[in-house]
Design a protein around this ligand. Structure first.
Ligand SMILES: [Zn+2]
Length: 153
C-alpha cells in the first residue's frame, strides 16, 4: 500500500523530470539558433587568405569591413536591377578567384546570353540609345526592372 507521502514523492519526482526535459528542450533550441547564426555569419565572412593576390597598396571596402553584404546594381546592357548576394560575392572572390577590384556588372540573364553566344548587340538597349542619340533622338530612361530572384551560382 502506498501512503500519501509516497504518492506525493512520486508526483514531485515526475514533475521534476518533466521540467528538466523542458529545460533541456529549450537549451537545445537555443543551441540550434546559435549554430544557425554562426553558420549565417561564416557564410559571409571574408577569408583574406582565399582572395586573389593584388599588388595594390589599398584594399577594397569589403576586405576592411571583413564581411560581404548584398549589393544591388543595374545591368548596363538591359537595365535590370539585380542583387549581388553576399554569398555570391564570397564565391566570386574566394572560389573563382575574381580580382578583388571586380564586381558584378551584367545581370544573370545577360551573362547567360554571353556564355551561350547569344549576346547580340541589337538586344542591347544601350546600343539602341546610341543609335537613336546619333539621330538626335533622346529616349526617355526606362524604369529599372527587377528580375526574378536567381539561384546562387
Ligand atoms: Zn542585363
Amino acid at each position: 500500500m502506498t501512503s500519501g507521502k509516497q504518492k506525493r514523492q512520486i508526483l514531485d519526482a515526475r514533475r521534476k523530470a518533466k521540467s528538466e526535459d523542458e529545460r533541456l528542450r529549450v537549451q537545445a533550441e537555443k543551441n540550434d539558433k546559435a549554430r544557425t547564426a554562426i553558420a549565417n555569419l561564416e557564410a559571409v565572412l571574408v577569408k583574406r587568405e582565399a582572395l586573389a593576390p593584388s599588388n595594390s597598396y589599398g584594399e577594397p571596402d569589403f576586405v576592411t569591413r571583413g564581411y560581404y553584404v548584398d549589393q544591388t546594381f543595374q545591368c548596363p546592357r538591359c537595365e535590370v536591377v539585380e542583387t549581388w548576394r553576399a554569398t555570391q560575392q564570397k564565391w566570386w572572390y574566394e572560389v573563382a578567384k575574381g580580382s578583388v577590384y571586380s564586381s558584378a556588372r551584367y545581370c544573370t540573364a545577360c551573362r547567360r546570353k554571353r556564355r551561350e553566344g547569344r549576346w547580340r548587340e541589337e538586344d542591347s538597349q544601350i546600343v539602341q540609345r546610341k543609335i537613336f542619340a546619333g539621330l538626335g533622338i533622346i529616349l526617355p530612361p526606362s524604369p529599372p526592372r527587377v528580375s526574378p530572384p536567381s539561384l546562387p551560382q
